[in-house]
Design a protein around this ligand. Structure first.
Ligand code: SF4
Length: 288
């Protein structure tokens, strides 16, 4: 699968939804049956669900970043918030899962370990606030997976190659596709959600403090659920990207290749070289 336009073409000829067309293409390219693909994705969804449960039920922290996801639950309960309950819950799940990853918990890297909170945040907050069965979530995940596959083929999903736009940005775009699919959006709306999410995150650098996948990674997971949610809302409302989705993904790849090495997971620039970051890393090394 090298282009979202391939998926749109199948949708147009068969009347399938975006996710269904993506599964059909995958089946014909891989030689796997539809049922095999569905079983595989069901198993990933179960793993993701388990990671959310473990992340929310334990007390986890990284080497630099403390446990903080619970603060969003308390905040949302105590005061009217600017973000919707859906977004706050998605952010809480995203931060919890991402912190669980930093604590060496087992997560589903969708698309990467660094960006592992965004998709479960959006999927399982969706299950909490919208009437939805497992089949709906499954097809949301298929839609997200198709966007990840096309991004990997046309651009990159690695922070070391394309910066954080290719990790957390990709997760937000995949989440936008999942939400749009689950709300019954047309294939075109799914593509628009992807384009709107990606074009708003172009150039996001990868600058982890100490090279650890903690800061800014964990909060970025929490923040970017809002991008995925708003991109889906805009697409469902009928807003359109001037640049078509595949071209936006190509632009993401081109921007990634243009980023200096210091901003591609080397901890050589951005937040990673601030005085506070240097001090924290020196303290950490001193403790060891
Ligand atoms: S800042 Fe870098 S390491 Fe952290 S999530 Fe983004 S791409 Fe991954």
């Amino acid at each position: 699968m090298r282009a979202l336009s391939e998926i749109f073409a199948v949708c147009a000829s068969s009347g399938s939804s975006f996710a269904r067309a993506a599964v059909e293409i995958e089946a014909s390219e891989s030689g796997c049956s539809l049922e095999t693909l569905r079983d595989g994705m069901r198993s990933r969804l179960k793993d993701m669900e388990r990671s959310v449960e473990e992340a929310l039920s334990g007390s986890w922290r990284g080497l630099l970043v403390p446990e903080e996801a619970y603060l969003l639950r308390e905040y949302g309960a105590d005061a009217p918030s600017f973000s919707s309950p859906f977004v706050l819950t998605a952010a809480r799940i995203a931060i919890a899962v991402s912190t669980y990853n930093a604590a060496m918990g087992r997560i589903v890297a969708a698309p990467t370990a660094g960006s592992c909170g965004i998709l479960p945040g959006l999927l399982f907050s969706y299950r909490e606030y919208f009437d939805c069965d497992d089949e709906t979530l499954l097809y949301g995940l298929f839609a997200a997976a198709a966007v990840g596959a096309v991004t990997a083929a046309r651009a990159t999903l690695a922070g070391a190659s394309g910066g954080c736009q290719a990790e957390c940005g990709a997760a937000a775009a995949m989440g936008a596709a999942a939400l749009t699919q689950m709300r019954g959006g047309t294939p075109d709306a799914v593509g628009q959600a992807v384009a709107l999410a990606y074009k708003s995150i172009l150039g996001l650098v990868c600058d982890p403090v100490g090279g650890l996948v903690e800061s800014p990674c964990i909060k970025r997971n929490g923040m970017l659920v809002s991008l995925g949610a708003l991109a889906a809302d805009m697409a469902l409302a009928g807003l359109r990207s001037l640049i078509p989705p595949d071209e936006v993904i190509d632009a993401m790849g081109q921007v990634g290749r243009a980023l200096p090495e210091s901003l591609r997971e080397t901890a050589g620039g951005g937040l990673a070289v601030t005085p506070t970051a240097r001090e924290l890393v020196a303290k950490l090394l001193h403790q060891e």
